[in-house]
Design a binder for this molecule. Structure first.
Ligand SMILES: Cc1cc2nc3c(=O)[nH]c(=O)nc-3n(C[C@H](O)[C@H](O)[C@H](O)COP(=O)(O)OP(=O)(O)OC[C@H]3O[C@@H](n4cnc5c(N)ncnc54)[C@H](O)[C@@H]3O)c2cc1C
Length: 57
């Protein structure tokens, strides 16, 4: 069977959360590629801030 290829562009909060939800479905016919230039996934703009004043949650 042909695998479905899902490409997520941007591994910040939304892209990483989507990848996690897709992986939780445990469908071995789905291949996920997450494209993110940062070193760490999930941080994005909001959670990579170095300014403590930006940390509101
Ligand atoms: C300082 C700050 C505080 C915030 N606080 C809150 C809060 O308390 N509550 C709240 O709900 N929201 C808050 N936000 C808004 C927050 O940004 C969003 O809620 C949410 O994190 C956005 O998620 P996102 O995945 O759309 O963007 P991001 O998490 O920013 O992810 C986008 C990703 O795309 C990547 N990217 C960009 N261009 C490309 C490209 N060409 N190719 C591949 N990857 C690319 C980036 O590197 C980044 O990792 C805050 C924002 C900021 C800036």
């Amino acid at each position: 069977m042909i695998k479905r290829q899902i490409v997520i562009v941007g591994g910040g909060f939304s892209g990483t959360a989507l990848a996690i939800q897709l992986l939780r479905q445990n469908d071995d016919q789905v291949a996920i590629t997450l494209i993110e230039p940062r070193d760490d996934l999930g941080e994005g703009v909001a959670y990579s801030t170095q300014d403590p004043a930006h940390r509101i949650n």
